[in-house]
Design a binder for this molecule. Structure first.
Ligand code: SF4
Length: 406
């Protein structure tokens, strides 16, 4: 399994698979072009074509190919076998195609063209992809999860977590500022983070706390929807969940920057395990792979910060994912706004519930984290295509009609 640093990518929203990954692919393709290349076509397949306009795929790709005439060909009903998010870049010189590249955006901003890495396994940090063997090893060494992670990741790792945390705090801060009322796009969705943050002060106890968690999560999710700078955790669409709960515990419960960096490490272990053993791509497994994974990571982080044992942390992460099983991906008009933004707030609140539930038990439970990851993967692949980031089913289908008739 790869380093925990691989799950946290600083970048520009609104979508890791539909804008961040395609942007990266376009930048790599640009490096291969000769000066004579005068035209580029980009064929977008499957989910990338179905929701690419709302996810700003064409904008991200065009920005990465400055000075070139780029033509997009949208093929929402055609799928290439390797992945639902496929692109074919073709460069022309004097009207003739001279080179072509097929590439897939596989979730969380990662891309692959299917060719085996020259040095397979070189980027592997952990000997296993699953959490159960890691817990067994910790038990054998009589070691907390964090110590196990630090011994695997090596020097500079916590500095990298500090960079990620600084970027997350910055996104929360920007998102809480008063902004233009509406997010871009046809939904005319109001930004809510600022008003919600101020309304928290008019409440007390649990209502105040839950309102604050929501406000922090919304702040980041709204920045993402506005094409702002965020950190994938594990994706852009779900990027508000983890900072939402972490900022709450930092700003309201006296956790330090150093504490939060360690919590990010623990959260990342669960995120990378899901990305490796299943998928974090809404186009592959639905929103359970994005919001569900984010909630699992946030639940593990919150449990760690509440002083949980290894078993309690794993239990919190398991609950964070289990109770989002079956969640479909149905963004209205293809924009990462409805239902995505609210889902960030609800998953952040759920993370605190999972963590507080887990730490009030002895950590023993029946369904393991690895079990629920396997079920999530199988459930996701059983979901019909209209519920996997195509905007052809669910809320997207209902509100497409309502918006047309409004
Ligand atoms: S519904 Fe979930 S998976 Fe789909 S775009 Fe929104 S956040 Fe991502």
């Amino acid at each position: 399994m790869k380093s925990i640093t691989s799950i946290y990518k600083e970048g520009i929203g609104p979508s890791s698979s539909h804008s961040m990954g395609p942007r990266k692919a376009a930048e790599l393709f640009r490096r291969t072009l000769t000066a004579a290349a005068d035209k580029i076509t980009v064929e977008l397949y499957g989910s990338l074509a179905a929701t690419g306009k709302g996810h700003l795929t064409d904008k991200a790709v065009s920005e990465a190919l400055p000075g070139h005439a780029v033509t997009f060909v949208w093929k929402p009903l055609e799928y290439l076998p390797q992945h639902s998010n496929a692109m074919i870049f073709t460069a022309y010189e004097g009207g003739k195609p001279v080179q072509s590249w097929t590439v897939y955006s596989v979730g969380g901003g990662d891309i692959t063209d299917g060719s085996p890495p020259a040095n397979r396994g070189a980027d592997s940090v952990y000997e296993t992809d699953r959490i159960a063997p890691i817990l067994s090893e910790c038990s054998r060494r009589n070691q907390p999860l964090l110590a196990y992670i630090l011994s695997g990741e090596g020097d500079g790792f916590l500095d990298r977590m500090q960079t990620i945390w600084t970027a997350m705090k910055s996104a929360v801060g920007r998102g809480l500022e008063p902004k233009a009322a509406c997010l871009p796009g046809p939904l005319k969705l109001n930004r809510r983070a600022n008003a919600m943050f101020h309304s928290a002060g008019r409440n007390i106890g649990t209502v105040r706390d839950m309102t604050l968690i929501s406000a922090y999560a919304l702040a980041v999710a709204e920045e993402n929807a506005d094409g702002g700078q965020i950190v994938t955790a594990p994706t852009c669409g779900s990027c508000g969940v983890l900072p939402g709960i972490l900022y709450f515990l930092y700003d309201n419960c006296h956790r330090t920057d150093a504490d939060i960096c360690k919590a990010l490490a623990v959260a990342g272990l669960f995120g990378v395990s899901i990305a490796t053993c299943a998928s974090i791509s809404g186009a592959e497994v639905g929103c359970q792979g994005e919001i569900g994974t984010a909630c699992a990571m946030a639940s593990a982080a919150a449990a760690y910060l509440l002083g949980a044992s290894n078993e309690q942390i794993e239990y919190a992460a398991e609950m964070g994912l289990e109770h989002f099983l079956g969640l479909t991906c149905d963004p209205v008009k293809g924009y990462v706004q409805i239902p995505c933004i609210e889902r960030n707030a609800f998953a952040a609140m759920r993370a605190l519930e999972s963590a507080s539930y887990a730490v009030s038990t002895d950590g023993r439970h029946v369904v393991s984290f690895d079990d629920v990851v396997r079920v999530m993967n199988e459930t996701g692949r059983d979901l019909q295509r209209q519920y996997r980031e195509t905007s052809l089913g669910g809320l997207a289908a209902i509100f497409a009609d309502k918006l047309e008739n409004a």
